[in-house]
Ligand binder design. Structure first.
Ligand code: ZN
Length: 326
């Protein structure tokens, strides 16, 4: 794996390669952007390149440093991640101790702090001192999807590398070519994950994502066109899939969004559920105001559940709301 095999993120990768090429490396980088875009993967490849003995723009994958890196036992790489949601001061103190000792295998030492916004305030303050005057051989990479939760004094010492969602067509091609998905499935996933390569691959390789989507679509169809007894009986599905509720409600949201598009444009390339236009057609008797109200209700339910409002009650209320008046 090297930087040439990454899908998208051309600008971020070129910035890093240029610094390697021109030997204008920064001591501290901040990889910022939403979750699931591939920041961590690129941070690892960049770290491997920094440590590689060939000192090129890509890891050579052959030197002792690259081999140790791949084996997960490189002495000059330190990765800090949150444990139970937080990075505590103690972990940053370990890192700081390690800063002071010279590299062992390579010419540099690389520290990766994943989800760095999850550092406790004490941890952030401890890190700050290190960022002020790092020894020549140190490179620190902070990864974050929420930079507002980092101290401004930390941000001002980092070189920011921004990550954006990847072009959907590129993701779709990848899912068709390397993960055996049909074009319709691949397009659906790329849109559904809003351009996140990581999440797209996760869904493409999931055993039951499409099965679940089928169940949800038939459940919605029943709510809208059924005999009015369906809402409560579909509660089983929601109880069985509590862990994936966010994903499930997103499938709901995209469905009703598609229903709006279908009403305006009929079969359109703007639909995300292109393969289900038959169902959409049968449901298109619902008026636009009502669809917008339902979308709002689903969004409200998502919010309630993330704030730990009673799960059963939130879902039941939403289902009854969708079922109402049909
Ligand atoms: Zn190497």
């Amino acid at each position: 794996m090297d930087l040439n095999n990454i899908i998208g993120h051309e600008r971020a990768i070129e910035t890093l390669k240029m610094a390697l090429r021109n030997k204008t490396l920064s001591h501290s980088y901040l990889f910022e952007g939403e979750d699931g875009l591939g920041k961590k993967k690129i941070a690892y490849i960049f770290a491997k390149t920094l440590l590689c003995k060939e000192e090129g723009e890509e890891p050579c994958n052959k030197c002792t440093s690259c081999i140790k890196f791949d084996g997960g036992n490189h002495p000059d790489l330190l990765v800090v991640e949150p444990e139970k949601g937080f990075i505590k001061k103690g972990e940053i103190e370990e890192l700081i101790k390690s800063v002071a000792t010279a590299p062992f295998e390579s010419k540099r030492k690389v520290f990766i702090i994943d989800d760095s916004h999850r550092m406790s305030l004490e941890a952030k303050n401890a890190l700050l001192k290190t960022l002020e005057e790092p020894p020549e051989y140190i490179n620190i990479i902070l990864i974050s999807s929420s930079i507002n939760n980092l101290l401004p004094t930390i941000l001002s010492r980092m070189q920011s590398i921004k990550f954006y969602p990847v072009e959907l067509k590129k993701i779709s091609d990848l899912l068709v070519n390397s993960h055996g998905k049909s074009r319709e499935e691949a397009d659906f996933i790329a849109e559904f994950t809003k351009g996140s390569v990581g999440k797209s691959i996760e869904l493409a390789t999931s055993d039951d994502f499409f099965q679940k989507r089928e169940e949800i679509i038939s459940l919605i169809d029943n709510l809208i066109r059924g005999d009015g007894t369906r809402a409560i009986s579909s509660m089983n599905f929601f109880n069985d899939n509590k862990e994936d509720i966010d994903q499930i409600l997103d499938i709901f949201l995209y469905w009703f969004r598609d229903l709006l598009i279908y009403k305006e444009l009929g079969q359109s390339r703007l639909l995300i559920n292109k393969d289900k236009s038959g169902y959409l057609g049968k449901q298109s008797f619902i008026d636009i105001t009502r669809i917008n109200d339902i979308i709002e209700k689903i969004q409200q339910t998502k919010g309630d559940i993330s704030r730990n409002v009673n799960y059963q009650l939130s879902i039941e209320t939403m289902l009854l709301y969708i079922q109402e008046e049909f």
